[in-house]
Structures are given as structure tokens and as C-alpha cells.
Design a protein around this ligand. Structure first.
Ligand SMILES: Cc1cc2nc3c(=O)[nH]c(=O)nc-3n(C[C@H](O)[C@H](O)[C@H](O)COP(=O)(O)OP(=O)(O)OC[C@H]3O[C@@H](n4cnc5c(N)ncnc54)[C@H](O)[C@@H]3O)c2cc1C
Length: 389
């Protein structure tokens, strides 16, 4: 497994739980510059894309059902609000079922509950009560510790070269050459460059900047910081949960007491991987969108700045894909497209099942125990049948 972001780590973690499967996780540098470290970590079940919604729903279910995964990831259940400029009876709604414990709100309810203004007439929002945000960085660290406790091998070097090998693929890292039945490139925004450097065909991965910032919010009434789960008795308004507003592009979440993380999508495509310049003009656009949608929310100048490249694929989701001409020994598992943190648990399980199938180990029944001190509630279970495609 090449890449120690949330994609590579969760897939390696799924695989190592199966006795008889040996996994080397080549992490690259310490992850300080990757999308997993920078991620806003919003998690919810709803998405307008049904395939993404299914993955997100399964991931959220697994996360909420496991005390260990919640603890590893620092999950905060603030709720989630997803706004769309489409009536609840619109053509796309029947294909995107509302998750459990959710409500549909119209723009009048959104104004009354959250002080949201200037919304298009037919705005509908899906409010999920059992959703929120987590730290993808903490989740990968927890999974990485459990990976090694189950006998997985960590290599902190970088992948430098790949060739067809005697039994699959030969690859070279800082530690020299090794052989594997299969190699998975899960190097996020670095994947395109890695394929080119290894003389492999490109697979349509592009990069784009995601920029957001953390703001201290005003202290007046209904500042919407989401740290209070109750209703403001003066205004009847609710604290703002994690939210995505498709009608303006604005997204955000509470970020601790009196703080909010806020951002807007950028159009900075095809940038080099890693950290990017933080653009003031994009930050000003966030303030303008906020003034239109949430005029009651006062924010101070940002104090944490995030601008990092992310890998995008046309399908818009994290998925295992064979590298053309190298099936079934070489795969990519990348293309988070701005939203893979919330799908990584289910996408990793699905990719592990696919890989085991490719390697001729479908339904591998035996499980490998962990020596990790904190794994009581994640007894290693085989990948569920439903995950096998
Ligand atoms: C600012 C920002 C905010 C986001 N907010 C959200 C959100 O709110 N909700 C959500 O669901 N998703 C969000 N995302 C998306 C999500 O975080 C990403 O899709 C996900 O983290 C991608 O993980 P990854 O493992 O594919 O890539 P990365 O995390 O980038 O990891 C790739 C890894 O590969 C390593 N690597 C590179 N080259 C090599 C090599 N040659 N050899 C070995 N290793 C190598 C790198 O060091 C890196 O650690 C956000 C992303 C960003 C950037």
C-alpha cells in the first residue's frame, strides 16, 4: 500500500485483519502536508450522488456503532445540514433517500431555526441529527497503530520505482527492492505524478486546491457557533451544525467553543500536490457569502489557514481502480474529490474485498488478532458479504 493518508491506511487496516494477508504500508513523509491532515472532516450520510450517499451512510453507521472508531477519530455529533436549491419533490430527490433521524426543512424553517437568509425560493435542506465531524488525521493514526499491532509492516520511505515482478510487482522504496502480489497507489494528490514517474499510464486524476479557515465568532446572540446543543431562548434559534450550502457553495462546521471552520470551493485546478498559497481574495468571498446567508454570525479575521491540494477523479469518489495494462497486480485507490474522509471506512472495506477477490482469496475466513491495547470493541470480523462485489 503506497500512501499513508486516510485512503491507504484504512485499506491497509482492513486487509491486515485477514490472516494470511501480509501488508506493507509505505507511508511517505509524515503526512503533515496531506489532505488527511488538512481535512475539515465533515461526516454525514446524505449526498446528492446516490453512490456517494451509500458509501457515506455505511461509513457513518460503522463509525457511530463503534466506541473505538469514535474515540480514535474524535467524532463530534453536531448534526449536519445540507442545503439544495431544489424542492423536496424535485426530480433528484426520490433517488436520494433521506437518512435515518433526518428532517427536511424549507427556507422558512431554515430562516427561523438558523437565521439563514437570501436562499433561493425552492431551497430544501436535509438536517441529519446523527452526523457531524471528526478528525481524519486521528482516525488514520489510530488505524495505523492497530495495523502494526496486527503484524502490518510500516515503511516510512517513499515509493521510487515499480516494475512487473516474478509474482506480481517489484517495487523500490528507500529501503531497496521488494516484491508483492499487488501494489495499490493510494498517494492522493501525488498519485498522478507517481504514475508518470514510474512510466505508468495516467488514470485521469487531477488536483485542485481546497481552501478554508478557522474563525473566532462574535459573542452576541445566535452566533451560531454550534457549541451549545440547546436552543437560544432569546431568539428561538438553534446553533449551526456542520453544513454545506449548495446554493452559495459555502460550507462549515463548529470548530470548538466560539469558533467556526468556513470555506468555499476554489477553481484552482492542476496544482502541484501538497500545501498551496492561501488566497485572500478567496477568503473575502467566504465573508461575502457569509454576510448574505448568515448576517447574524459575526466573524473575526481567520486564525488558522488551510490551503491544500486534493485528488479529483471524474467519478467523484474514492474507489479501487486497476491501472490499465497491469490488472490484477497494480491498482489506484485515490480520488477523494473533496469528500473521501466521510466515505473512507466503507470505501476501504469495499476495496479490501475487491483486492482479496483479485488475489484469489474471496471470503478469506480467518481473522488476525491485535495486540493493540484498545481494540476490545473491534474484534476483527471478516469483511461482510455485502461488501463483496
Ligand atoms: C482542506 C480539505 C478539507 C476537506 N474537508 C473534507 C470534509 O469536510 N469531509 C470529507 O469527507 N472530506 C474532506 N476532504 C477530503 C478528504 O480529506 C480527502 O479526500 C482525503 O483525506 C484524501 O485522503 P488520501 O489518503 O487519498 O490522500 P492524502 O491524505 O493526501 O494522503 C496521500 C499520502 O500519500 C503519501 N505519498 C505521496 N507520495 C508518496 C510516495 N511516493 N510513496 C509513499 N507515500 C507517498 C503522502 O505523503 C500522503 O500522506 C477535505 C480535503 C481537504 C484538502
Amino acid at each position: 500500500m503506497v500512501g499513508g493518508g486516510i485512503a491507504g491506511t484504512m485499506l491497509a487496516w482492513r486487509l491486515i485483519r485477514h490472516a494470511g494477508v501480509d501488508v506493507d504500508l509505505i507511508t511517505g513523509p509524515d503526512g503533515a502536508d496531506d489532505a488527511t491532515r488538512a481535512s475539515g472532516g465533515l461526516v454525514r450520510a446524505f449526498d446528492p450522488d446516490p453512490a456517494l450517499a451509500e458509501l457515506a451512510t455505511r461509513s457513518l453507521r460503522e463509525l457511530r456503532a463503534s466506541a473505538l472508531l469514535r474515540q480514535w477519530s474524535g467524532y463530534q455529533e453536531t448534526g449536519s445540514l445540507y442545503l439544495r436549491a431544489e424542492p423536496a419533490t424535485g426530480p433528484r430527490h426520490p433517488r436520494t433517500p433521506t437518512p435515518d433521524a433526518a428532517e427536511l426543512l424549507d427556507r422558512h424553517a431554515l430562516a427561523a431555526r438558523y437565521g439563514l437568509t437570501g436562499l433561493p425560493e425552492h431551497t430544501t435542506a436535509v438536517l441529519e441529527h446523527h452526523a457531524g465531524y471528526f478528525s481524519p488525521d486521528l482516525l488514520r493514526r489510530g488505524a495505523r497503530a492497530d495495523f502494526t499491532a496486527r503484524g502490518g509492516h510500516l515503511d516510512h520511505g517513499v515509493l521510487r520505482e515499480i516494475r512487473p515482478g516474478p509474482a506480481g510487482v517489484a517495487y523500490r522504496t528507500n529501503q531497496g527492492w521488494a516484491n508483492a502480489d499487488a501494489v495499490v497507489l493510494a498517494a492522493g494528490a501525488w498519485t498522478g505524478r507517481l504514475l508518470t514517474d514510474c512510466d505508468l499510464p495516467p488514470i485521469g486524476v487531477r488536483t485542485k486546491v481546497i481552501q478554508c479557515a478557522v474563525y473566532a465568532t462574535g459573542t452576541g446572540r445566535n452566533t451560531g457557533t454550534g457549541t451549545d446543543t440547546g436552543t437560544d431562548t432569546g431568539t428561538g434559534r438553534h446553533p449551526l451544525p456542520a453544513f454545506v450550502d449548495e446554493t452559495s457553495g459555502l460550507y462549515g462546521r463548529p470548530a470548538g467553543p466560539g469558533r467556526m471552520l468556513l470555506g468555499l470551493p476554489t477553481q484552482r485546478w492542476d496544482v502541484p500536490p501538497g500545501p498551496q498559497p492561501f488566497m485572500d481574495r478567496e477568503e473575502r468571498a467566504v465573508r461575502r457569502a457569509l454576510a448574505q446567508r448568515l448576517p447574524g454570525l459575526q466573524i473575526n479575521p481567520p486564525h488558522r489557514f488551510v490551503a491544500v491540494a486534493e485528488a479529483y477523479v471524474p467519478e467523484g469518489r474514492l474507489e479501487l481502480r486497476p491501472v490499465p495494462g497491469h490488472h490484477p497486480a497494480l491498482f489506484t485507490f485515490t480520488g477523494g474529490s473533496g469528500g473521501a474522509a466521510k466515505t473512507a471506512l466503507a470505501a476501504g472495506a469495499g476495496a479490501a474485498a475487491d483486492l482479496l477477490g483479485h488475489l484469489g482469496q474471496p471470503g478469506h475466513p480467518a481473522v488476525r488478532p491485535s495486540t493493540h491495547p484498545n481494540t476490545e470493541d473491534t474484534r476483527p470480523t471478516p469483511i461482510p458479504e455485502g461488501e463483496r462485489r
